[in-house]
Ligand binder design. Structure first.
Ligand SMILES: *Cc1c(COP(=O)(O)O)cnc(C)c1O
Ligand code: SF4
Length: 397
């Protein structure tokens, strides 16, 4: 019997879990995983007993953000725990139907920064290219739920040719981030067409893909995909994982294949109430990520997306987590905590206050243990000392 907290530190497989043993013949096929996703109330209730709040949430989700969960990921759900951190991320709840006054359909102001539909150009030198509206599973707090899954209030209408032409004639863009939806849901051939087109643009130095597929559908990270990706270096991948339980044996192996293909890996997490809002869980997550050769990149304060108030937590919680990591663990393990400025401000870093006081002469700091240190600003050598030194050097010559 596994110790209750062993998901925080160990990698294990949860297959076949809720599926019969004979499903294992197809388990490693990503096509099978996609075809057998849990996406109706009936499917869901076949495996777990829902609370009233969840059942109502599923019924409401149909015209907002679809529900869909791969068997691989579904197996991480604890059937006996309605507050299970995995469950909270992917099983809709009644609260999703309530929009708080501060919430928005497009909290990061992406639609107003699109020179071409599907291409967000907010920063001077880099763009976010939304290439699909589909994912392997849907996260209830998705910042793009206005378009993602295809059932919400808007449709993603990426203008492929116009987007490529914009990139070709905009030399200040040196970095392209492919996202969506999840770009790794495309076939190898389709993905390669996009990557090779970008690769052919001389001023594009760097491409990255944002994907939750290594977590939701590790079976998709095939050797053939890795061979193809390798041809388009420098290519980075930012994965998205929020809880250490998500890092299973299969996920660790999939990430290993990407790392072996020379793809530098980063992770983006969203700070979520009841999912990962504690130092203990975050520390376990970042430690497991390093073991998978993934460098924690960003920890996001949850965007003000409609229907997310039950999943959002305070900004001070995020700062408390960073405080609990810095100094207490490996520097490589610490993500940058950020808020995406509501309405389109871009990512703004937040850090605990380590500066107690600062003037022209010195900075007074505290360290992770609360001890105080003073760092004097550089002093300028007085002219008289310099003259004396010069005279000294003259007698030496
Ligand atoms: C997050 C984001 C990027 C990439 O930002 P980095 O800090 O370089 O990772 C680029 N464009 C948009 C619109 C983004 O939201
Ligand atoms: S994988 Fe990313 S894009 Fe897809 S639903 Fe989750 S957060 Fe949204």
């Amino acid at each position: 019997m596994a110790a209750p907290n062993d998901d925080l530190t160990t990698f294990r497989s949860h297959a076949p879990g809720y599926w019969p043993q004979d499903a294992m013949a197809d388990w490693d096929s990503h096509q099978w995983q996609l075809k057998n996703r849990v996406n109706t109330l009936t499917d869901l209730e076949q495996h777990i007993e829902l609370t009233d709040v969840e059942r109502a949430g599923v019924l409401l989700a149909g015209n907002k953000l679809a529900m869909s969960v791969t068997p691989h990921f579904f197996n991480l759900i604890d059937a006996d725990d309605p507050d299970c951190p995995i469950r909270r991320q992917i099983v809709p709840r009644l609260e999703e139907g309530w929009t708080a006054p501060e919430e928005m359909a497009d909290p990061c102001g992406e639609d107003s920064h699109m020179p071409v539909p599907g291409l967000v150009h907010r920063y001077p030198d880099r763009v976010l290219f939304l290439v699909t509206d589909r994912c392997a599973s849907y996260c209830r707090y998705c910042t793009r739920s206005r378009v993602v899954s295809g059932v919400g209030e808007q449709q993603l209408e990426t203008q492929w040719e116009a987007a490529f032409e914009y990139l070709e004639k905009t030399p200040q863009v040196r970095d392209v981030l492919l996202s969506g939806g999840d770009p790794l849901l495309f076939s190898d051939a389709k993905l390669e067409k996009i990557l090779s087109r970008l690769h052919a643009i001389p001023h594009i130095q760097f491409v990255r893909i944002g994907s939750r597929i290594p977590i939701f559908l590790p079976q998709r990270i095939t050797p053939a995909l890795c061979e193809m990706l390798k041809k388009y270096h420098p290519l980075f991948i930012s994965i998205h994982t929020n809880h250490p339980k998500e890092l299973t044996t299969e996920v660790q192996e999939a990430l290993g294949r990407l790392a072996d293909a020379g793809v530098p890996l980063g992770n983006q997490s969203v700070l979520l109430k009841g999912v990962n809002d504690s130092v203990e869980v975050q520390k376990a997550l970042v430690h497991k990520l390093l073991m998978c050769r993934v460098r924690p990149y960003y920890l996001y304060q949850c965007d003000l997306i409609k229907g997310s108030s039950h999943l959002r937590t305070s900004v001070s919680k995020g700062l408390e987590i960073i405080e609990g990591l810095r100094g207490h663990t490996t520097g490589y393990a610490i993500p940058q905590f950020v808020i995406d400025g509501p309405g389109g401000g871009g990512k703004i870093p937040l850090n605990p206050d380590y500066i107690l006081q600062r003037d022209h002469e010195k900075v007074t700091l505290r360290n992770y243990e609360g001890e105080t240190f003073t760092y004097p600003e550089p002093s300028e050598a007085p002219e008289s000392d310099l003259i004396a030194l010069k005279e000294q050097s003259a007698c030496c010559s």
